[in-house]
Design a protein around this ligand. Structure first.
Ligand SMILES: Cc1cc2nc3c(=O)[nH]c(=O)nc-3n(C[C@H](O)[C@H](O)[C@H](O)COP(=O)(O)OP(=O)(O)OC[C@H]3O[C@@H](n4cnc5c(N)ncnc54)[C@H](O)[C@@H]3O)c2cc1C
Length: 457
């Protein structure tokens, strides 16, 4: 603590972003004699790895999200502000908020994560929502469930309905999880609910631009994922570059692929806040930081989580939850040491760099199926039920809050045993791009010969 006018002045730490990195940094700093303000534009922390379970109506939003205030309520030196950071003055050590509030800091932790990238085609966002927030998840849930309702209505009226096709652009973990979960709810959970259609006839297609799905996984696990998806009836097209998305269909070059619902799981870019720092960024907008997670020339600014471009042995640390958690914890420790040095201690440990401890990756592929590339506490490539059990255990264990863990466990166990679904609610509008919301009829039926202008990406 420094002295000012005979008073001891506590260091002010601002954390922007209450996700994996920000919350862990805040908790790590909570016992220090410092004043912390955590700012997030949402009032809740979201456990993003389980968002697809909300999108596909297995879990409810409150089971995977929790108010940031309640997570941090027991730490008297942390205050929470619901606001949006919109600018920085790194020289004056100041952050500007959307509401006009200006806050000064001694240390700044920026952990605002990442967002979807539509590769310059932001007009596709309305037609093919991505999955990042609770709002995205409930929007996807709305579209998927509405598609079944429209098909049922058409079948009832006309005795036929166009095939239900769910097209997912992107074959990374999120695309694979969404595809498996749509197939599951259609085949296992919805069949008893409809009288005219057979939900199990729904088709699920993954379009992936690169030669293989799950690019970050070893080839044997990629193949296992393909096999498990095939068992669920999910089709995969690799090397498929989507050139246009329109209401009711997707184009790959000159080929039209009908899509009752299109979902986007193809691209990620860093939070736009990185640009406002005027420091070097990589091509996805991540802030390039040194081994202490500082951008060049700013030892008082820490970048954590998906927004950070940090390298370990020449390879970029991936934008997933474990690195974000570890960066948050590391930053709290480093700030503790910096504060201690300012208070006259020896500053030992200050030369310790950030090190990412990689425990492995896993992706689930529907009920009872997953792939896991385990690196700790042992090495192994797992798939099928054992991988799914590990995935289940880890995801429940990492949920914040005992109440959430219990609720998720109970809901999963119930869903698993009973084939009942807890959250199949359609909320919001009844619009589905390409469909007439009043009658549930297709507005863009496929032309006999598709002659559509194509664009290349
Ligand atoms: C659908 C999905 C599934 C995933 N599955 C997995 C998985 O299975 N395993 C895994 O390891 N990782 C997974 N991830 C990745 C993982 O969730 C992220 O890597 C992790 O959330 C990054 O943490 P973070 O703290 O950097 O950012 P986030 O957790 O994204 O938190 C960022 C916070 O910043 C806030 N914010 C943003 N901009 C502002 C602003 N201007 N002002 C104030 N607040 C702001 C946001 O509201 C948010 O609360 C998944 C991600 C998604 C989207």
């Amino acid at each position: 603590m420094a002295m000012a006018n005979g008073r001891q002045v506590r260091k002010r730490i601002i954390i922007i972003g209450g996700g994996f990195a920000g919350i862990n940094a805040a908790i790590g700093l909570a016992k220090l004699p410092v004043d912390i303000t955590l700012i997030d534009r949402k009032n809740h922390y979201t456990f993003q790895p389980l968002l697809y379970q909300v999108a596909l109506a297995v879990l409810s939003p409150a089971e995977i999200a929790q108010p940031i205030r309640s997570i941090l309520r027991d730490h008297r030196n942390i205050e929470v502000l619901m606001d949006e950071a919109v600018n920085f003055d790194l020289e004056k050590r100041r952050v500007d908020m959307k509401t006009g509030v200006q806050l000064e800091y001694d240390y700044l932790i920026l952990a605002t994560g990442s967002t979807h990238s539509y590769f310059g085609r932001d007009d596709w966002a309305k037609l093919a929502p991505g999955l990042k927030t609770i709002e995205d998840a409930t929007e996807i849930r709305r579209r998927v469930l509405l598609a079944f309702e429209f098909a049922e209505r058409q079948m009832q009226e006309a005795g036929t309905h166009p095939p239900l096709k769910f097209v997912i652009v992107g074959g990374g973990p999120t695309g694979v999880e969404l595809a498996g979960a749509i197939s599951d709810i259609a085949r296992l959970y919805m069949t008893r609910d409809f009288r005219h259609i057979n939900p199990a006839d729904a088709q699920v297609l993954i379009l992936e631009g690169s030669p293989a799905i799950l690019a970050a996984y070893p080839p044997d696990l990629q193949q296992k994922a393909v096999d498990q998806l095939a068992k669920l009836g999910v089709s995969i097209r690799t090397g498929a570059h989507v050139s246009d998305i329109q209401p009711g269909y997707v184009m790959i070059g000159s080929e039209r692929i009908d899509a009752t619902v299109t979902l986007w799981a193809a691209g990620v870019q860093a939070s736009p806040l990185g640009k406002l720092l005027h420091v070097p960024l990589d091509r996805r907008g991540c802030v390039i930081v040194d081994q202490f997670l500082n951008p060049p020339g700013h030892p008082d600014v820490f970048i954590c989580g998906d927004l950070a471009h940090v390298e370990e042995k020449g390879t970029q640390v991936p934008g997933v939850a474990q690195p974000a958690i570890q960066m948050g914890i590391y930053t709290a420790k480093r700030i503790a040491r910096l504060v201690a040095r300012e208070q006259g201690s020896d500053g030992s440990g200050l030369s310790e760099p950030f090190h990412y401890f990689d425990k492995g990756d896993m992706a689930t592929i529907g009920r009872k199926a997953a792939v896991a590339n385990i690196k700790w506490p042992f090495h192994g490539h797992w798939s099928g039920l054992p991988a799914w059990m590990v995935w289940l255990f880890i995801h429940i264990a990492f949920l914040i809050g005992f109440r959430n863990r219990l609720a998720v466990f109970r809901q999963w166990a119930w869903t698993y045993l009973s084939f009942e679904d807890g959250a199949r609610l359609i909320t919001g509008s009844q619009d589905l791009p390409g469909w007439d919301s009043e009658y549930g009829r297709e507005q863009n039926p496929a032309p006999a010969e598709a002659a559509v202008e194509t664009k290349s990406t």
